[in-house]
Write a new protein. Structure first.
Length: 131
């Protein structure tokens, strides 16, 4: 029966073609960074550095508000708390792998979807105001 196989069945199976995403970015799964050359570490360090800069800007915003008006002096504790939260996020980004962060984020969004939307909106608004 094997001698009557069509020619098509005798061809070799081609090797899988590398995906466009992998070739273009050097990444297999978008959103993950292979750590072969320390790229993930560099991205996490850069991101945590930017978060620390944002925390400093929030603190400066509170200081400026307090200096302009005695009434706005009440804002300073809020900006200090926000800056501490941002610094905590910077530390988290620096000390956790991307996959861990993704899993944690997905878990929090599933548990608190409305809060996640509100936080995303406020973060975007705040970052826009700071730049």
């Amino acid at each position: 029966m094997d001698e009557h196989r069509p020619e098509m069945d005798r061809r070799e199976i081609p090797e899988p073609v590398e995906s466009e995403t992998r070739r273009a970015t050097g990444m297999g799964n978008p959103g993950t960074f292979p750590d072969e050359d320390g790229r993930e570490y560099k991205v996490r360090e850069a991101t945590s550095g930017k978060l620390e800069e944002a925390a400093e800007k929030v603190r400066q915003l509170g200081d400026r508000a307090a200096a302009k008006n005695q009434f706005l002096n009440r804002v300073r504790p809020l900006t200090d708390n926000a800056a501490q939260g941002i610094e905590g996020a910077a530390d988290y980004v620096r000390t956790h792998q991307v996959e861990e962060m993704r899993t944690d984020l997905e878990s929090q969004i599933r548990r608190h979807p409305l809060a996640a939307i509100g936080i995303a909106f406020l973060a975007g608004y705040t970052l826009r105001r700071l730049t």
